[in-house]
Write a protein of this length. Structure first.
Length: 405
């Protein structure tokens, strides 16, 4: 779903820009061309963010590949390793440099450097080993022009792209290695309905993805959907426009900010109160030991990652605490022990005295606070004494309704 989000966010934003520019008579260049129908990783990068790829090709790839040292290296490789290696090796080195530059363009962080190396090395190896792949296909009698092989190439390319998303959305190198290891060696499939429910995917989202997929498939088959729609009869166009309008309206309640891998937890924040800041003392957070926290995080990563499957395991916490622990693990690279709970400042005797004072003065909470010397904050007072919030107890608004009267 992260890849779906990335494509919808990026390509959709470009579509909006292109539509607005056409209102002013400006025709922009195409920037996305059905990238998830690519048959190789290099084909994917020729379809995804095409303007950036064209700039990198013209101003980084070609100038670097035509440098004198690389040309000399290509001639040396031709003599010793054959014509294909001599022609491909300089381009392979240039491709790795280009993807490193693209990774640093995304951000000066190590996970982006690894992302660039991942894509650059795979593109380089595929080009370098192209004759070996062709010979293997002939030996196995595989028709590379058949529809079945085309589908295989599209699916395998999609999986390779998804593996690269780990480098994009996981910033901690240690957690990145754990996720990659579990994806390869500890992969556990879950039912589609469970996975969608764990990530809060609604029917409107599935409908929108179906529309985008069908439209992209028509474009991939050579249909100009836009021209055909404009040439269609009015009722057909009206239905299409109404469907688009409904999808746009339904999208607003489900619009979220870019949370990357953390969005899979489906929570607004990382503590019990939904505040994305530091944890403020969730009582459940202190119910679990460091070893239990480590086990919950390992289980979450094992399920690749699925909060619904993790919290369903015996002894695992709720979704909110799991989100806080996992974020803390990615930020610090280790499982930290829970914070110690502070002792209550006010004793039960003072709570009993406050109840008596509250009842004696007509259940006036403000007068009770002034006479007893309690903190000025009523909510903080209730939290420290363990009582319910003001107005929610059975003492007619007195916060100490739990004390025996």
């Amino acid at each position: 779903m992260y890849s779906v989000y990335m494509y919808a966010d990026f390509s959709g934003g470009i579509d909006i820009v292109e539509g607005v520019s056409e209102l002013f008579g400006i025709q922009m260049a195409q920037n996305f061309r059905q990238p998830y129908f690519s048959v190789s990783l290099s084909d994917f990068w020729c379809r995804w963010h095409m303007s950036l790829g064209a700039w990198m090709r013209d101003y980084v790839l070609y100038p670097f590949a035509l440098l004198t040292p690389l040309q000399s290296f290509g001639k040396w490789a031709t003599k010793r390793m054959g014509r294909h290696a001599g022609r491909t090796l300089p381009a392979c080195i240039a491709n790795i440099v280009v993807f490193l530059c693209v990774g640093l363009w995304h951000g000066a962080e190590w996970h982006y450097v690894l992302w660039g190396l991942y894509n650059g090395i795979i593109v380089a190896l595929v080009d370098l080993l192209a004759p070996a792949f062709a010979g293997l296909a002939r030996m196995l009698h595989v028709n590379r022009e058949s529809k079945s092989f085309h589908v295989f190439a599209v699916v395998s390319t999609f999986l390779v792209v998804q593996a690269g998303r780990y480098f994009d959305c996981i910033t901690n190198i240690g957690a990145l290695g754990i996720c990659l290891h579990n994806a390869i060696f500890n992969f556990n499939s879950v039912p589609l309905a469970t996975a969608l429910a764990a990530r809060g995917i609604q029917r409107a989202t599935i409908l929108a993805c179906s529309v985008v997929f069908d439209t992209s498939l028509l474009y991939e088959k050579g249909h100009d959907v836009r021209s055909e729609l404009l040439a269609a009869r009015l009722p057909v166009r009206a239905v299409a426009y109404a469907l688009c309008f409904v999808l746009v309206v339904l999208a607003f309640p489900y619009t979220v900010t870019n949370g990357g891998v953390f969005d899979s937890l489906g929570v607004a924040g990382w503590d019990c109160g939904g505040d994305p800041g530091p944890r403020k003392g969730c009582s459940e957070d202190r119910m679990y030991s460091t070893e239990q926290r480590r086990l919950a995080i390992e289980t979450y990563i094992k399920f690749d990652p699925s909060a619904a499957d993790t919290v369903a395991e015996p002894g695992c916490p709720t979704r909110h605490s799991l989100g806080a622990w996992y974020k803390d693990y990615l930020e610090h690279g280790e499982v930290r022990p829970p914070k110690r709970q502070r002792e209550p400042k006010f004793a039960m005797e003072m709570g009993q005295a406050a109840v008596d004072c509250c009842l004696a003065h007509g259940k006036s909470l403000a007068r009770t606070i002034r006479r007893m010397g309690h903190p000025a904050s009523r909510e903080r007072l209730c939290d420290r004494t363990g009582g319910p919030a003001p107005g929610k107890g059975d003492a007619g608004g007195c916060p100490y309704s739990f004390v025996k009267r």
